[in-house]
Structure formats: C-alpha cells, structure tokens
Design a protein. Structure first.
Lengths: 251, 525
C-alpha cells in the first residue's frame, strides 16, 4: 500500500476515501428539515459528502441521527509527537531481580483515590496483592513497600501520609471526571505538594481511565497511566526514573 | 411461569432460617442505638423542613441543639416545646436557631400531654403519606403500567431541570422507571441540601424540591403515555432515613435501600448503617415504596463467578432485615447483576443460571437486575451486544426491574441517545423472546442447572460461616465484596447514640401497626 504519511485519511473500503460514521442528537423535531440540518452540519465539519442514513424521534423534540461522511480532511502524521512514558516496561520478575541491583532498600509507594471519588478498583488493581486481569499488584513486587490508602482520601491526608512514610512515589487515582472534577482534584494535590516543599522528594504519578501521560505532565505530575495499565508499567517506570535521577545526581 | 431448576425447597428454607439467625444477632445493636439521621427523620416526619438564616437545614439545627438528650428520642422534647411556646414546628426551630428558645429547659408540659399531642400529629402526618400511597395505587389502576421486567433507566445530568427533560424523553420511548442518581459524595453529607439544584458531579442532589420537580414531570408524562412511570432515588450514606421520608412525602415509588451498601461502598460505619437501614425500611414499608438492594456492586470489586454465592447470601440477609421492618415480598427489589467476564466460555449460561436461581428462590420479589458495567469498555459496539444478552437473560428469567445497560457505560453518565438505544435494544429482545421462559425447559443435568445448584450449595456453606462468626465480624473479614470494614471504623460513628430506657419514636409504633409487624417492632427499635 502506497501511504502518504503527510495526508492520512480514514479508511472505509478504499484508501483515501475518508469515510467516517457519526451519530449524534439534535434538539430538533424529527423530519425532513432536521435531516437536512444534520446533513449540512456534517458537511460543515469538513466532509465533502454526507449521507443521513437514519433519523429517529427520541422524544421531547429530540432527533437522533446516524450519518456517513466521506472525503474528510487529512492529517500529516509526520509532525506528531506523543508524550508517552519513555521508560521500558519490565515484567514483574524482571522488576524483582533488577530492583535490588538498582537500590539498596525498598522503594516506598503511597497511593489513594482522592476527593469524593469512591472508585477503588483502579488503584487496587495497581497496588493490591491480587492485582487485575492476571497482573499482580505492587504488593507482590519485592522491591516495593506499598501503602494503599483506598478511596475518598482528602489531598491533605494523602500528602500527610506520603510525608510521614517518606514516600518515593505517590500514586493518585481519579475515575469520576464529570465537570472536570478530576482536573481540580489533581491540580489541588500538586499545588499542596509544591507548597509543602517536598515536590522534589517524591515522584507524582496520576492514573485513571480518562488520564494519560500528556494530561498528567500538563498538570504537573511526573507521569500518567490510563486504562489498560498494570502494576508492571508503574513499577518499571518508578524503578527506571528514580534510578535515572539517582545516577544523574551522582554524576 | 418460568423454567424450574429443581432447587431443593428444604435447602432454601434452611437458607432463610440461617439468614434470620444472622440478622437476629444484629438486632440488639439496632435496638439499643439511635442516630442523628434517625432523629432528624423523626423531625421531618413531624413536618419540619427548610433551613435557617445560615442555610443550615432546620432538622440539623434542632438535633444539634438537643444533642445531649437524644438518647431519649427527639419527639418528646420538641413536642413539649411546641406546646409550651404554642408554635408550629418550623417557627419553633427558627427560634431555636436564633437562640431565642432553648428546648433543654424544663417546661410545665407533662410527658403524657406531649405524648397525646404527638399521637394526633403522627396520625395526621402519616395520613399524608398514606394518601400518597393511595394516589399511586389509583394512578396505577387508572393508567396501567408496563409489563415486567420494568425498564429502568437513570438520569444524571447534575441539573434537575435537564434531568426532567431527559426523563420525559425516556418515558416516551418506553422507560417504566426513572432513577435520578445522586451526585458524587452526597452519601457522605450528614445533612440534606435544600431546594432545587442545578450543579452536581455524576449525578444530581437528592433534595425534596428536586424530588417534587421530577415527580411532577413524570406524572405529566404518565398521563400522556397512559402508563404509570415510577420514580427512584437512593437512600444510602449518612442520611438514609431522611431521604426515605422525603421520598414518602413526594410519592417516590422506589428507593435504593440496602442494609450493607453504605458500609462496603461508602465506608459508612456499620453500626450507623444497621440502625439507619431499619427505620428507613419501616418508612418504605409504610409508604408502599419498593426497595432496591445493591448486591450487584459486590461483583464490581469481587469476581462474578467466584463470588456469585455472596450475592445470594446478601439477598437473603437483605430479605430478612426487610421482613423485620415490615416490607412485603412484593416490595423487595433484591439485587444481582450480569457481571461475568464476557470472554468466559458459557458465561452467558452461568448468568442465566444465576438469574433463574434467584427467580426461583424469591418468587414474589421484583428482582432488580443490573447490566454489565465492569467489563463495559470503550468498544461500545461490543458493549451493545453484551447489553442485548443481558436483556435476554432478564426476560427469560422474568426479572422485575431491569436496569438497562448503556453502551457508553465506561465513559460517561448516559447521553440522551444512549438511553434511547438502550430502550430499543431491550424492546427488540424482550418483545422477540417474551415467553421464552415458558417455552424452553432447562436440562436438569446441563450446565445451567448444575451452576445454580452449585451456587446454592456455596451459599449454604457461606451463610453458615457468617452465622458462626456473626455479620459484623464477617464484614470485617472482607467476606462481602472483598472489602473489609470494622465496627468502630468508617464515617458517621460519632452520630450513633445509645438509647436510654424512656426512648420514644412515636412514628415507629404507629407505622408498625399499619404494616402488620405490630408490637414486634419494639424488639428492633
Ligand atoms: C465499579 C464502578 C463503581 C463502583 C465502585 C466500587 C469500588 N469500590 O471501586 C460503585 C458502584 C461504588 C460506583 C459508584 C459510582 N460511580 Co462508578 N463505575 C464503576 C465502573 C462500572 C467500573 C470502574 C472499574 O472498577 N473499572 C475497573 C478498573 C480496574 O479500571 P480503572 O478504574 O479504569 O483503572 C485502571 C486504569 O484506569 C488505571 N488506573 C486507575 N487508577 C490509577 C491510578 C494510578 C496511580 C495508576 C498508575 C493507574 C490507575 O489502572 C487500572 C487498571 O488498568 C465504571 C464504568 C466502567 N466500566 O468503567 C463506573 C463509573 C466510573 N462510575 C461513574 C459514576 C458517575 C459513579 C457515581 C458517581 C454514581 C453516583 N452518582 O452515585 C458513584 C461514585 C460515588 C463516589 N463517591 O465516587 C461513572 C463516571 C463518569 C465520569 N466519567 O465521571 C462511570 C464511568 C459509569 C458511568 N458511565 O456513569 N461505581
């Protein structure tokens, strides 16, 4: 296939057809008029063709549309950079063997789901013995001592515990994101850590289904992990990043 | 008629006996304590509502004021104050808030006089609730209702006006039940916010004004659709009985009201929760509301195959507590869920087995069936099929309350069209397979029957262990939902108050007489 990386388009059944399926609701009564509105709306998104294939009344004067657009704009992928976590991922066994070669003590990790967010399964997946989906959590990693404070922990409490336990890394989970509540909570925590003067002493790692590394960096964290991440991702990152810092400090 | 699995009736009867013995051991704890929210609920039942000049809810003002004598119950001192000062309850509370009146001072009003006064007040107030029940019954008999499984959808915009629009749209497209899910964190508030609200995170505040607004919208659409649309809210957390009182006054039809959910999933103190759930459920029983229990949640933190028996065990415990509070089987929306990993071979058969099993064990209860949530992902197309399979299991096993799954479960609270698509999904499946339970019988030696028998046997073992250790210790050991909570841990313990000998809650006995538990109630409250 002859790909022009400077002009990538969605693929339907022919290279470059730019076919996209969309579905959305308009606050308009179902009929010919709103169907035309939906079609024009899709054209205005940058498609050269738009076909409304389904329009249905969904009550209270709203209409749901399914629309196929063709000939959508293209994207130059050669200029895109993604802020991915740069360290490589080691298996749990590798982490267990390498940790004592890199550090002469266990690394201390303190984690919580902060604010009013009561979702513990994510942070438990990373930290608890049992782990998730067949991937054991940090408690099963010999190089780590991990303290999971659970959910609904105030930022104050998390920071207090992190300082008291001399945490090398603090893990913050956020699952509820409505009205950007996760951004507020995450920001509040970073600001508190900075105000405490301990920011340089601990790695700050954010995680949750709507979090990625780029967002975490933007908010002032050292790294971020999203859906599908496991303890080995986090353990590998902590080991390699803290080792890098330790060795570059010596150099 | 639904397919029989041939479960042994004697085993089931034994399970119930064990569950009763488990709850019986918690009874003394419930009997000997009251809580801040129980006393605030009594004030609300007496007619107190509104806030003071600082925005503090008046029930909180009065309860805080009488904090030192709550062990005797709040009704008598407040009644004395009303008589002595010749004021209605709201005026009295406002003056207490302003510091103009103290209810701690002795009055000339005798206890007998206060009790007589309360008897009248209680009758009057309970009549309002009873009238709501009659209105509901009349609307249902005039308008009719959808066939079971009832189609249950949630609205959760955070803004009650927006919620009402979405609820009406859903009702027009086939929803039978609308749940307004509460905002993140409301369960940890030790008060009920006041008035209409338009700001919430992942849900909308439960306030009496919001209840009223939604009830009105649903009544309008019920008449328009010629089908009674039920309204649900959530009574868990630190204000369980108060939320139920508001629901009773505003004619809500269902209430999430689990005996252990707050303990496990919100880290509310166990004693607080057990005391609160009892009085809450009495009010539900009296007002004709259907309770929903939260066993489905267990399978989000524990594995759905390994821990299936904990769901049945908890349903039996919830049933036992509910019975003690006067709820009839038709008011028990006992919970369970479709949460087995979709990659499991024959996973659907196991789901069906569990759903049929519960149907057979609780023949009269309108079981509350939760859709897949944990394994819903960004692959909304796969999620849509998972929801279809869930709907098939629901209609097959004749569930009472089917919480429709949303294809976008993993991302956000439902968009308007997510709800519509969920209703279409269910309509198609349930219509197309309406009588499958009659038409197909289960091979007694097949996977489905065996799975059901296995779960029952596991439950027998599990409940005996819980009986042996006691419910509180079992919770501390993490036996439910893989979550451990201790008797002196969690939020709200400071709001538990030991009762003294002349404790009085005049609503309890009056309600108990009407729900049929009568004097039995004095063993519990
Ligand atoms: C289980 C669940 C619950 C359970 C939680 C039980 C518990 N103890 O955790 C219960 C029933 C209690 C619950 C309650 C509520 N929930 Co909920 N819940 C879910 C559900 C179904 C699954 C979440 C889950 O456990 N996923 C599995 C875990 C392993 O995945 P994860 O959290 O993404 O974690 C992974 C990664 O993100 C990452 N990760 C996560 N944290 C961290 C941290 C670090 C440091 C790192 C490195 C990585 C990491 O690693 C994990 C493993 O891969 C989701 C829907 C869904 N399918 O996602 C809704 C969902 C998250 N809930 C939601 C809501 C709104 C609520 C409520 C607010 C509803 C209400 N109004 O009452 C309440 C919350 C109340 C509160 N105070 O928070 C919404 C959130 C919407 C939004 N985007 O804001 C969702 C998406 C459902 C929906 N569509 O409405 N919920």
């Amino acid at each position: 296939m002859d790909l022009n990386l400077k002009e990538i388009k969605p693929y339907g059944d022919t290279l470059g057809d730019g076919a996209v399926q969309l579905s959305f609701t308009l606050p308009l009564k179902c009929g010919a008029h709103s169907t035309e509105a939906a079609r024009r709306l899709v054209l205005s998104m940058g498609f050269s063709e738009a076909e409304v294939v389904n329009n249905v009344d969904i009550g209270e004067g709203f209409t749901f549309f399914v629309v196929y657009g063709k000939g959508c704009r293209s994207i130059d992928v050669t200029t895109i950079e993604v802020a991915q976590v740069k360290t490589s991922v080691w298996s749990r066994a590798e982490c267990n063997t390498k940790a004592p070669e890199m550090f002469d003590r266990k690394l201390i990790v303190v984690g919580a789901c902060i604010g009013e967010d009561a979702h513990t399964v994510g942070i438990d997946a990373i930290m608890n013995m049992k782990g998730f989906n067949g991937h054991y959590g940090l408690e099963r990693y010999s190089g780590f001592e991990s303290h999971n404070l659970g959910a609904q922990v105030t930022p104050e409490n998390l920071l207090e515990k992190a300082i008291a336990l001399k945490a090398d890394a603090v893990l913050v989970s956020q699952v509820v994101t409505q009205r950007d509540i996760h951004m507020k909570n995450l920001t509040q925590f970073v600001e508190m850590v900075e105000a405490s003067g301990k920011r340089n002493e601990m790695l700050l790692i954010a995680g949750g289904p709507r979090i990625d590394n780029a967002l975490a960096l933007e908010l002032g964290y050292d790294a971020g992990f999203g859906r599908g991440s496991y303890a080995e991702d986090v353990a590998s990152y902590i080991l390699q990043e803290l080792y890098r810092r330790k060795t570059s400090a010596l150099a | 008629m639904t397919t029989s699995l041939g479960l042994d009736p004697k085993k089931i009867a034994d399970l119930r006996k064990t569950a009763d013995s488990i709850t019986e051991k918690v009874r003394p704890l419930i009997k000997s304590n009251t809580t801040l929210t129980v006393e605030r609920a009594v004030l609300r039942l007496m007619g107190l509502d509104g806030t003071d000049a600082d925005g503090v809810p008046l029930p909180n003002v009065v309860v805080n004021h009488l904090r030192s004598i709550l062990g005797g119950g709040i009704a008598i001192p407040v009644a004395r104050g009303m008589l002595h000062h010749n004021l209605g309850i709201n005026e009295l509370a406002e003056k207490v808030s302003a510091g103009e009146i103290s209810l701690l001072e002795n009055t000339s009003v005798s206890r007998t006089r206060a009790e007589e006064f309360l008897t009248e007040l209680v009758d009057e107030q309970l009549e309002t609730i009873e009238n709501n029940r009659k209105t509901r019954e009349k609307m249902i008999s005039d308008l009719g209702e959808g066939p079971k499984p009832w189609q249950y959808v949630i609205v959760a915009t955070g803004n009650i006006y927006e919620d009402a629009i979405q609820a009406k749209a859903a009702a027009e497209k086939g929803a039978d039940i609308i749940a307004v899910i509460r905002t993140t964190g409301q369960s940890l508030l030790d008060y009920i916010p006041y008035g209409i609200t338009t700001e919430g995170f992942g849900g909308t505040y439960a306030t009496q004004a919001n209840f009223r607004h939604m009830r009105k919208a649903l009544d309008e659409v019920s008449v328009k659709q010629g089908r009674y649309i039920r309204l649900v809210n959530y009574a868990s957390g630190l204000c369980m009985p108060e939320i139920v009182v508001m629901g009773a006054f505003e004619r809500l039809d269902m209430m999430l009201n689990d005996s252990m959910y707050g303990i496990l999933f919100r880290d509310i103190n166990p004693v607080r929760t057990f005391v609160d759930q009892y009085f809450s459920r009495m009010i539900n029983a009296f007002s004709g509301m259907i309770i929903n229990t939260g066993e489905d949640n267990y399978l989000t933190t524990a594995d759905a195959i390994e821990s299936a028996h904990t769901v049945l065990a908890s349903d039996l415990i919830n049933e036992s507590f509910a019975k003690a509070a006067g709820l009839k089987p038709a008011q028990m929306g006992l919970g369970h869920a479709f949460e087995i990993n979709p990659d499991t071979e024959d996973g659907f058969l196991m789901e069906l087995a569990q759903a049929l099993m519960l149907r057979e064990i609780f023949p009269e209860a309108p079981l509350k069936y939760m859709p897949p949530t944990k394994f819903m992902s960004g692959d909304i197309f796969k999620g849509f099929i998972m929801n279809a399979m869930f709907n098939l299991a629901g209609v097959w096993s004749n569930q009472g309350i089917q919480l429709l799954g949303m294809l976008t479960e993993a991302m956000h609270t439902p968009f308007l069209h997510d709800r519509f698509l969920a209703l279409e999904n269910s309509r198609y499946i349930m219509n197309g397979a309406r009588h499958i339970g009659d038409a197909v019988s289960i091979n007694p030696d097949g996977i489905i029957a065996k799975r059901a028998h296995h779960v029952v046997d596991e439950t027998v073992k599990f409940l005996h262990e819980v009986e042996f250790d006691g419910l509180l210790k079992s919770i501390a050991q993490g036996r439910f939902a893989d979550i451990s909570r201790t008797m002196d841990g969690g939020k709200g313990l400071a709001g538990v108050i030991e009762k003294n000998d002349d404790y009085s809650n005049p609503f309890a006995l009056a309600m108990a007489r009407k729900t049929g538990i009568g004097e039995e109630v004095t063993k519990w409250i």
